[in-house]
Design a binder for this molecule. Sequence first.
Ligand SMILES: Nc1ncnc2c1ncn2[C@@H]1O[C@H](COP(=O)(O)OP(=O)(O)O)[C@@H](O)[C@H]1O
Ligand SMILES: [Mg+2]
Length: 305
Amino acid sequence: MNAIEIERLTKRFGTYAAVDDISFSVREGEIFGFLGPNGAGKTTTIRLITGVLTPDAGSVRIRGIDIHRHPIDAKMQMGVIPESSTVYGDLSPEQNLHLSGELYGMPRPLREERIDELLQKMGLSGQRKKPVRTLSKGMKQRVSIACAIIHRPAVLFLDEPTSGLDVQSRRLVIETIHQMNKEGSTIFLTTHNIDEANTLCRTVCIINRGKIVAQDRPEHLRRMFESTQSVEVSFSRPVQTTFFAGEGIVRAEACGEKWRIYTDNPDRIVKYLVHQAERESLAITSLAITGPSLEEAFVQLTECP
Ligand SMILES: Nc1ncnc2c1ncn2[C@@H]1O[C@H](COP(=O)(O)OP(=O)(O)O)[C@@H](O)[C@H]1O
Ligand SMILES: [Mg+2]
């Protein structure tokens, strides 16, 4: 059985289709990455899948249960960690967890046992009784996660879970994802970070402007992403395109005084440029390396189907 099945899902805001006729499925037990730049439609998709928004067309099934026909049954299967936390600021982590556990129908003794375990695991024991609004962003995110997993959901949704977190909280979030997955949960996470998708996910689906542009194993996408690294350079005198004919150069583009050279090996290109400039008695006036660009990868993905 698939954990998630999306068929021809569409959501419009006014005339703009933020999610535009997308279909995909997520196998049970997977860590599935939903990758795309800001504004691509990731949050809208998560809201549709988790029943927060109603689609204009299409269907969503969670472990075979249609979210719009049987919202409560479907929601009992899932835990959701939204983009911005929905925990109650005036309540303590402990109170938030009780509330969440009650919503999922957990009896008090079971809740208490699980709350102790979660607070400890999330490094929140010292903050147990403090109002959540007094906690750091990272701590708040940990409370949000604990609330979402208190009932050990079969499918866990996380919307950009590590975005803007301190190193320690980030590590905890990633550990929790791995552990939940090891215990059998399917994980669906959104991110705009290629490296994160790469290290965490077995399958990655890429969305841009509401449409799915690729679905693959991250290793396969990695190679393409790598060739979107670039070196930006400018010289004391204008040079011709032929100057950038070296090996390892994917493409060279002039932008004003500067040249942007796409490559899978920036180090090699920098050495090549220095060497060439020396030979032609040119001074390098600026030089910078930029990592893989998701936007550039999208251009390549949409250009060559
Ligand atoms: N409630 C809304 N009303 C109008 N437009 C929206 C709303 N929510 C999202 N959008 C628009 O839909 C597009 C996708 O947004 P979103 O799903 O939040 O993207 P992402 O999470 O990938 O950054 C954006 O252009 C955004 O401005
Ligand atoms: Mg978003």
